[in-house]
Design a protein around this ligand. Structure first.
Ligand code: XMP
Length: 416
């Protein structure tokens, strides 16, 4: 059955993403295309309607002329956003939308598309344990089964218990899953490195090296799969032709020494919360579908100053306490990201009448919709107090806990 599609024509304003979301929220599938897309390319998608996001009168007229003759209803959006009632009328009445798009159907169509694209080719996927790559793994597993190999590289910069949890989920499935503990290699490369950008570069490059070495052992692959999602594409300017808003920082980019025919990006048209929904539809455990975003370089950018095993372990223990308390206070659903940072500041403390001189640990919790701007979260004092008390008593080498009360901008989410 053909999927009804609405095309959002992007005239260069930030409204496209919001409009695409609103259409999907009305259970009609939508895709964004640049305003200079040829009329035939648009018509080939067989859209039941087209929405022009805010543009100039001249832009609109030119496009209207090109699309003349295709007989596709068009809605022009002038103001800040389409009125809900106006959009609903356009979709249901003008375009005859059935409003029956849902994640179950979309998952089925993705699996069918992947089967058609890949055939009996071999696919390789770098699994990070995050939502995006995990959802890709489940999708590809359905589509190609044993022709998929997943490699999970533990760079030693994961949160407490995370490698074990990921292994537990994926080794239970009957799939080709390879776990590589490369922590010592990464730590050796990162020794005495304090500059954040150098850390990122080293981690990215080492990741690619480890991945390539392992891929070589597997032999020839036909496809490399990646968990790229819609905002990555929208923000990188690939579809809008508007220039890069945010150069995306996935670990290391693409490996150069793996010979493959094509990239497979099964979830590249989905927004983050849709990826989570898809994960749920595919049967991924909740602990993965609800996982908060975690940067590719991991705790490497949350250890200020030199990265050592000892400092990573302190951070992991403190971070776990913070996560436990946020969850037990029921706050995790309202917070987009919450984590601990180990600073390179020592500060004076006092324990049993003795002076101590230990690490200062910071906590950060933010709320955001797009991660481009973020607000610090007003966690109740009682929760902060409990976290602080537990950290200084249960984790050695921490004598002081501080809470970050800075929005983004001016501060970034991560400290490095
Ligand atoms: P910032 O610190 O830039 O973070 O405000 C915005 C979002 O991006 C994540 N982040 C990263 N993700 N590699 C990643 O894959 C990175 O180097 C990186 N740095 C930041 C951050 O956790 C937040 O969700």
């Amino acid at each position: 059955m053909e999927q009804q599609t609405i095309i959002i024509l992007d005239f260069g304003k930030s409204l496209k993403q919001l409009t695409a979301r609103k259409v999907r929220d009305n259970k009609v599938y939508s895709e964004i295309m640049p305003c200079n897309a040829p009329a035939k390319t648009i018509a080939d998608k067989k859209p039941i309607g087209i929405i022009f996001t805010v543009g100039t009168k001249e832009d609109y007229e030119k496009k209207h002329r090109e699309l003349d003759g295709y007989d596709i209803p068009i809605l022009e959006v002038y103001g800040d956003e389409p009125e809900a009632a106006q959009l609903d009328e356009f979709l249901r009445i003008t375009c005859g939308a059935k409003c029956d798009w849902n994640m179950e159907k979309y998952a089925e169509s993705l699996v069918e598309e992947l089967k058609a694209q890949i055939g009996d080719g071999k696919v390789l996927l770098a699994l990070s344990g995050g939502v995006d790559s995990s959802v890709c793994a489940y999708l590809l597993d359905r589509a190609v089964g044993k022709n998929l190999t997943c490699i999970f590289v533990n760079h030693g910069l994961m949160r407490k218990n995370e490698p074990e949890e990921v292994c537990e989920v994926f080794s239970k499935k009957d799939m080709n899953f390879i776990y590589l503990d490369a922590s010592e290699r990464f730590l050796a490369k990162l020794k005495n490195v304090t500059d954040p950008e150098k850390k990122r570069k080293i981690i990215g490059e080492e990741f690619i090296r480890v991945f390539e070495e392992q891929a070589k052992m597997i032999g020839k692959v036909d496809y490399l799969a990646q968990g790229t999602i819609y905002p990555d594409i929208i923000e990188s300017g690939t579809i809008g032709g508007q220039g890069v808003v945010k150069s995306h920082h996935n670990v290391g980019g693409l490996p150069e020494h793996i010979d493959f025919k094509e990239l497979v990006e099964p979830i590249k048209l989905l927004f983050k919360d849709e990826v989570r929904q898809l994960g749920a539809v595919l049967g991924l455990p909740e602990e993965i579908t609800t996982r908060q975003p975690f940067p590719g370089p991991g705790l490497g950018v949350r250890v200020i100053g030199p990265i050592t095993k000892e400092r990573l372990d302190i951070l992991r223990d403190a971070d776990l306490i913070f996560r436990q308390e946020i969850i037990s206070a029921g706050l995790h659903k309202e917070i987009s990201q919450y984590f601990a940072i180990i600073t390179d500041i020592h500060s004076t403390g006092v324990e049993r009448d003795e002076r101590t001189y230990k690490y200062t640990l910071a906590l950060r919790a933010i709320k955001t919709t797009d991660f481009m701007t973020a607000e610090w979260v007003r966690i109740p004092y009682e929760v902060l107090e409990k976290v602080s008390r537990r950290i200084v008593t249960e984790v050695g080498d921490v004598s002081r806990v501080v809470y970050d009360i800075t929005d983004k901008p001016p501060a970034t989410v991560e400290w490095e």
